[in-house]
Design a protein around this ligand. Structure first.
Ligand SMILES: Cc1cc2nc3c(=O)[nH]c(=O)nc-3n(C[C@H](O)[C@H](O)[C@H](O)COP(=O)(O)OP(=O)(O)OC[C@H]3O[C@@H](n4cnc5c(N)ncnc54)[C@H](O)[C@@H]3O)c2cc1C
Length: 416
């Protein structure tokens, strides 16, 4: 290898996790080089639904979700699909997902996720204030919508989790609901309003702004693909796709849904899968949208963005290589039009992203098995934007040897 200067900390992946980690590392006095094969926030962090979902502490694999699986799976364009050709590959992950839904695991996961969310919230507030990102944040709450009182009653567990976290919310109906969001179909009879729920004006702009703030503080960016990591005694060699190599004192793997491709050859076979999600971003005039709307029973959300109205969500288990099926984005748009009469469904841009998902809905944050110079930070599933600043802080603490504010053993990459 031709010797170049040793990088202090190389962060592989310039999605929201890598970018936030770079920011927190710069704050801790370290120098980060972000490396991404595509650019800054060009993958999953670019087109998500933009919510800081600090109250979403319940793992995906609960009895509620598992009970709905047969109905959902019977609809090929419904909230959850498994691409048939991918079923053999995803089966081991599904078995772990099912096991994660047992009461003992759910209780442990809930405790860990709640601790993570507290850090995520305080670190996000600190990052937004320090980096001057307040203009990119909306603080106008969210409405979780229901079609019957029975559906509302089914949220008792979510309500209890919110109350335990001190998250303010109330159930609204009739005139109050109509005032919070006019022009909904009468099929929507009730909602949970969370007034302090926050969203970003645009997830791409927010991610890019964090990258800029990190670079203002001394971080840098390099476009390259990392094909392999070679841990040494006191550093790590990063092999690039063009045949060259870099050396870094420490490395963070924040490569989203692709991270396991780098961890497996160095001894960490982590059950990372992707939950693919779809959406359509319509022009802003398409509907008089007052705040984010969640259609939980149908697996999609509607987000007001600076650049328009984004409608989408859903989960497709189909791995990293199969082509997108944008009929899923169309189906959510048509469904939204049924509940939002007058929605103009033309003129939109479709998108698919790869949520990096572990079966227990917790991220992997911790040292690699082979080297304490390599830290993993991936697997945030539906919550990467929400947990980005908190993850950045925990990773910075690992790399600098600072004390952790929470117990991070539940996030151990070796827990499986
Ligand atoms: C439809 C949808 C809606 C969502 N809504 C929300 C939401 O409202 N709130 C929320 O908190 N989360 C949401 N999420 C989840 C969130 O978007 C993800 O958890 C988050 O973006 C993951 O960030 P990341 O940095 O880990 O991954 P990514 O953004 O995918 O970044 C990983 C980066 O690593 C790079 N990379 C990979 N391999 C290599 C390599 N070998 N060499 C160099 N570079 C590499 C990739 O190019 C990529 O840029 C949503 C996701 C989807 C799909």
């Amino acid at each position: 290898m031709a010797e170049t200067a040793t990088i202090d900390v190389a962060i592989i992946g310039a999605g929201i996790i890598g970018l936030s980690t770079a920011f927190k590392l710069q704050e801790a006095g370290r120098t980060a080089v972000l490396i991404d094969r595509r650019g800054i926030a060009e993958e999953t962090s670019r087109g998500n639904a933009g919510a800081f979902a600090f109250s979403d502490v319940i793992p995906m694999a609960t009895s509620g979700v598992l009970g709905k699986l047969p109905k959902w799976l019977s609809d090929p364009l419904g909230p959850l699909t498994i691409r048939p050709e991918y079923l053999p590959q995803i089966t081991p992950w599904l078995l772990r997902f099912w096991r994660a839904g047992w009461p003992d695991r759910v209780a442990a996961s809930l405790k860990a996720q709640s601790a993570m969310m507290r850090i995520a919230r305080s670190e996000a507030e600190a990052l937004i204030a320090t980096a001057g990102l307040e203009p990119l944040i909306r603080r106008d709450g969210v409405l979780e919508l229901y079609e019957s009182e029975a559906e509302l009653r089914n949220t008792a567990r979510d309500d209890a989790a919110k109350a335990a976290e001190g998250i303010e919310f109330r159930h609204v109906r009739g005139a109050e609901l109509a005032e919070l969001q006019p022009s909904l179909s009468p099929k929507i009879t009730a909602a949970t309003f969370i007034p302090k729920w926050q969203t970003v004006q645009d997830p791409y702009d927010y991610a890019v702004a964090i990258g800029r703030a990190a670079m203002d503080r001394g971080a840098s960016f390099r476009q390259a693909e990392i094909v392999q990591l070679r841990p040494q005694d006191d550093s790590v060699i990063l092999e690039l796709g063009d045949g060259s190599a870099l050396r870094a004192r420490q490395v963070v793997v924040a490569a989203g849904a692709w991270s396991h491709r780098l961890t497996r050859p160095i001894g960490d076979d982590i059950p990372l899968e992707t939950e693919r999600g779809y959406n359509t971003t319509l022009p802003g005039y398409s509907f008089d949208l007052r705040r984010q709307l969640v259609f939980g029973g149908h697996g999609f959300v509607v987000t007001p963005l600076a650049s328009g109205i984004r409608i989408g969500g859903a989960v497709e288990l189909g791995g990293l290589s199969l082509p997108p099926n944008f009929k899923r984005a169309d189906a959510m748009l048509q469904k939204a039009a049924r509940y939002m009469p007058g929605l103009v469904t033309t003129g939109g841009t479709q998108w698919m992203g790869f949520r990096p998902s572990l079966p227990d809905s917790l991220p992997a944050i911790g040292f690699s098995r082979r080297s304490r110079n390599i830290v993993y930070a991936f697997g945030h599933g539906h919550l990467g934007l929400t947990q980005s600043a908190g993850t950045g802080k925990l990773v910075a603490n690992l790399l600098t040897g600072a004390a952790q504010p929470i117990d991070i053993t539940p996030f151990s990459p070796q827990r499986f």
